[in-house]
Write a protein that binds this ligand. Sequence first.
Ligand code: FES
Length: 166
Amino acid sequence: MPQMTGDKPHITEAEWDEAEAHEIITRCAALKGGLMEALHGLQHAFGYIPAESYAPLADAFNLSKAEVYGVKSFYHDFRSEPAGHHVIQICQAEACQARGSRTLTAHAQKMLGIELGETTHDGHFTLQAIYCLGNCAVSPNITLDGKAYGRMSADRFDILIKKAAS
Ligand code: FES
């Protein structure tokens, strides 16, 4: 079982860098669909979308900060905070749901003590939803640090997580 202490999350992502964020946003501002490009660029650079980036994004794309936040929040791939050492994604799309991904998700949330979209207090694990990995034949599917695992059960999930935590 991973250790779930009240310690501050371990930050593995890059620190906020205003100049770098400005460069990314400026580069994307002239592009069609530039806001999405900028959000992807920021997440690639920092590991998440820092709150400090909302104002410059709003300025560059002639939007309010609330509108920028709304776009960011609509897409599950964009994180609001740094991810943990290990990122777990559980497929929530139809084929995986038909084969128990909701039950698996509930198990994962209980085991880790977090909801989808959250990171454990010790910074070990981030749990996220994903919508179809294209592996529907072997559902339910998850990924752990980008590697896909099919036919996932609660028992196999526990083994994987304990191994990753050790
Ligand atoms: S629905 Fe989960 S992999 Fe396709």
